[in-house]
Design a protein around this ligand. Structure first.
Ligand code: KG4
Ligand code: ZN
Length: 378
């Protein structure tokens, strides 16, 4: 089954052709990062206006790159939430209209579930694909060689979400813990802005951190919110510590100023951005990795999945790979281009629903606050 998938939940506009929920025939993303960079974040009205212009050319490019025509498409999928309402509307309405015009089945996809299913994707280079015997018939075995193996633990970390989720089988999600304030990606973005590093913040902080001399001890040690006894996260205290350090270094610290403002003031303007970026990244990675490793141990899973834009972070991937290996647990994560928003992951998640006979009506509306469909943990 070949699916045309569309993604437009934030500032990107994506279209992809995905076969059997796993093989990427094409994956086109029109990014607006350079437009939003000058505002230090995404401006919703600007994003949806550009998406209106981008959608059809991006769909046409995806069809062209797949080397096929509409005749080879069996279904259309589009993100219906969570995300920015105006942006979601562009992709969802476009997807429904294309399905209607072509007489194809349509399915709306949960963007967070799609981030998880990015771990099922593989490139179209045939030598990397092992087809199960019955794949052609598309009756599909549930698992192909190389697929993630249930039961799984997923760390879903994006611009708006930070969740630890137990996934015993396809479609069942049990929430272990989540952020109580900022999402991990949001913390990267806000702290990058405070440090003058631009948007999006995650890659900018990673790059700045890589510039420090690792043989020198980092003068900064930033706070970690452990929230012991829970699987929850909190990043707002860490964000505030960075803000106080930077402001202290710029403006000095008065009476009653926080420890971090005083620390910043003591530097008298000599604050190293690479050191601070690395200290921030270390703190986020430390908490995310420590909790994920403990949860993997407590659940007894053999595989852990990373999902969402922050899964692109190299320090996090390295730390988790290292810490999980002695436990005999594999860490899986998509390539960078499939961690951040893209339409191929929408096609992957769509397939697992379509093959169960699920379809969405053309009255499906956007759901800006959609969550993963959590079951109650047993
Ligand atoms: O999943 P995503 O592309 O969009 C949402 O669904 O939110 O995630 C975007 C987030 C942004 O906050 C961005 O700063 C972060 O992912 N991000 C990273 C990295 N690349 C993207 N965070 C840390 N390190 C990275 N290399
Ligand atoms: Zn996303």
């Amino acid at each position: 089954m070949r699916i045309l998938a569309i993604e437009s939940s934030c500032d990107e506009t994506g279209a992809a052709i995905v076969e059997h929920g796993r093989i990427i025939r094409s994956n086109v993303v029109a990014s607006q990062a350079s437009i939003h960079e000058r505002y230090g974040g995404v401006v919703p009205e600007v994003a949806s206006r550009h998406q209106l212009d981008a959608l059809i050319p991006v769909v046409e490019a995806a069809l062209r790159e797949a080397g096929g025509s509409w005749d080879e498409i069996d279904a259309v999928a589009a993100t219906y939430g969570p995300g920015l309402a105006g942006s979601l509307l562009v992709g969802l309405t476009g997807g429904k209209a294309l399905a209607l015009a072509r007489g194809l089945p349509f399915i709306g996809v949960n963007h967070l579930e799609a981030h998880i299913y990015a771990n099922w994707l593989r490139s179209r280079d045939a030598d990397t694909i092992t087809f199960p015997a019955n794949a052609a018939a598309d009756t599909g075995a549930d698992e192909w060689p190389g697929d993630p193996r249930f039961p799984l633990l997923a760390l879903v970390i994006s611009g708006a979400h930070s969740e630890l989720v137990s996934i015993p089988r396809h479609g069942r999600y049990e929430l272990l813990g989540q952020t109580r304030d900022d999402a991990a990606g949001e913390a990267f973005d806000k702290v990058a802005r405070v440090m003058g590093l631009g948007y999006p913040g995650g890659p900018a902080i990673q790059q700045a951190a890589a510039q420090r001399d690792p043989s020198r001890k980092n003068p900064f040690r930033l706070p970690r919110a452990w929230l012991n006894g829970t699987w929850d996260f909190s990043f707002s205290g860490l964000k505030t510590a960075v803000l106080h350090l930077v402001e202290g270094a710029q403006y000095g610290a008065g009476d009653g100023a926080s420890r971090y403002a005083r620390e910043g003031a003591a530097l008298a303007g000599d604050l190293s951005i690479p050191d601070l970026a690395a200290a921030f990244q270390d703190a986020v990675v430390d908490v995310l990795a420590t909790k994920t490793v403990r949860a993997a141990q407590s659940l007894g899973v053999r595989q852990v999945l990373l999902a969402g834009g922050v899964a692109a972070n190299v320090a996090l991937r390295e730390r988790l790979t290292r810490d999980l290996a002695p436990l005999g647990v594999d860490l899986r994560f998509p390539p960078v281009a499939l961690c951040t928003d893209n339409a191929a992951m929408i096609g992957a998640a769509a397939w697992f629903h379509l093959r169960l006979g699920e379809r969405s009506g053309l009255d499906l509306d956007v759901r800006p606050n959609l969550q993963l469909p959590f079951a109650v943990a047993q």
